[in-house]
Design a protein around this ligand. Structure first.
Ligand SMILES: Nc1ncnc2c1ncn2[C@@H]1O[C@H](COP(=O)(O)OP(=O)(O)OP(=O)(O)O)[C@@H](O)[C@H]1O
Ligand SMILES: [Mg+2]
Length: 375
């Protein structure tokens, strides 16, 4: 559910760009996003962009508070998201992610604290901040009467791109998000995932230095999710600051350089996150014979749990009574070195191992460990 900004500094429609100051976008973008997503990584784009960002790039928040009536949505947020990196914003429902992104996007004003977008305060220098910010809300509304191309041209015009530049950029972005064949259809007929992709193109139309993406992968099919990942990595490699919220932690794992955890409107201190990340992780060990696997684990005195999720047949199976045939168990392993030792010993003992892998990614493990701590 998108937030409804409740103060008069907010635009009526959070999707709409503020008018940008004359000249604010007059510089030509240093680089486009490249052709289609699949082959974009080696396109050598953006070489000069990192240099142009210089000091004051990235995103910072210090002591940010924001309440809605009696609801304290943000109760002390401190963070730094660096240029040239993808930073994941992670937290349970209602932890304040969208509220924080809206503040960075200049669509909400904090009650207390400071934020900077590329060194600019979006509260006092609203237009300058928005000129360098691309904002993709969790749900992207479109006008029924406009085609996908017209939506992008309209936003490009609002950001004061020249007509020529707007047309080139629109064509390029429609290709990037694989909507070229839908370019001249009313945007209202686009599917949910296609609308998300149009929303992404819209956020990129003025080639912003900072990207704020609120659950951009939601509704995307697997191919589009891969494309999104590649695109965000490409944009980061061009020196952009990318802050992305998502609940799909395995995906964030693959694309994010850093992660910021929000809990109850506060940033979880880095030390706490590091401890959670260092905790032993759960691994899944599978063998051609569950009986042989369990027999060996019992012999060596290892503690394990049945892998109910993967093998419902093994549900409730005690260590002494494993079903025959392939199956697996879950166990705590201390890092990759611990996994290597476990695998070596199992194979040496003649257990027909088929796989050993961590359950979930590092972010998911840290998230679950932090959740556990909060209980
Ligand atoms: N406009 C609003 N009016 C009143 N309360 C609000 C408003 N926007 C957000 N809140 C409240 O602030 C808290 C944080 O909401 P927010 O949308 O920022 O969470 P979130 O982390 O984005 O959650 P989700 O993962 O579900 O998207 C919630 O308790 C929510 O109910
Ligand atoms: Mg949200």
């Amino acid at each position: 559910m998108p937030n409804t900004p409740d103060d008069d500094t907010s635009a009526a429609d959070p999707s709409l760009p503020a008018a940008v100051p004359s000249g604010g976008l007059s510089r030509e973008p240093a680089a486009g996003v490249g052709g289609t997503l699949g082959g974009g990584l080696d396109s050598g784009l953006g070489a000069g962009l990192t240099a142009t960002l210089g000091q004051g790039s990235g995103l910072t928040a210090q002591g940010v508070h924001r309440s809605f009536g009696s609801v304290r949505a943000l109760a002390g947020v401190d963070l730094e998201a660096h240029a040239g990196a993808v930073t994941a914003l992670v937290g349970p429902n209602g932890s304040g992610k969208t509220t924080l992104l809206l503040i960075f996007a200049g669509l909400l004003v904090p009650d207390a604290g400071q934020v900077r977008v590329g060194g600019v305060d979006p509260v006092t220098h609203h237009q300058a901040a928005r000129a360098r910010t691309g904002w993709m809300p969790d749900v992207f509304g479109t006008w029924d009467s406009l085609t996908a191309r017209e939506v992008l041209l309209t936003f490009a015009a609002a950001y004061r791109l020249t007509r020529e530049r707007a047309e080139a950029r629109t064509t390029e972005l429609l290709e990037t998000v694989h909507l070229t064949e839908f370019a001249d259809l009313p945007a209202s007929v686009l599917s949910r995932g296609q609308k998300q992709r149009l929303g992404l193109a819209r956020a990129l139309v003025h080639d912003p230095d900072v990207l704020l993406l609120d659950e951009p992968a939601s509704g995307l099919d697997p191919r589009s999710r891969v494309d999104l990942r590649i695109l965000l990595r490409l944009l980061a490699s061009q020196g952009k600051t990318v802050l992305v919220s998502s609940h799909v932690l395995t995906e964030l794992d693959e694309m994010a350089d850093d992660a910021i955890f929000l809990s109850g409107g506060r940033t979880v201190p880095a030390g706490t996150v590091a401890t959670a990340q260092a905790a032993p992780r759960t691994w899944r060990l599978r063998a051609l014979s569950l009986a042989a696997l369990v027999g060996w684990l019992t012999t060596v005195g290892a503690t394990w749990l049945p892998d109910d999720e993967r093998d419902p047949a093994a549900r409730g199976t005690g260590p002494g009574d494993p079903p025959d045939g392939p199956g697996g168990v879950l166990l705590q392993v201390d890092g990759e070195a611990g996994a290597a030792t476990l695998l070596r010993d199992a194979v040496a003992a003649g257990v027909p191992i088929t796989s050993l892998a961590p359950v979930g990614g590092a972010l998911e493990q840290a998230y679950l460990a932090l959740e556990e701590e909060r209980r």
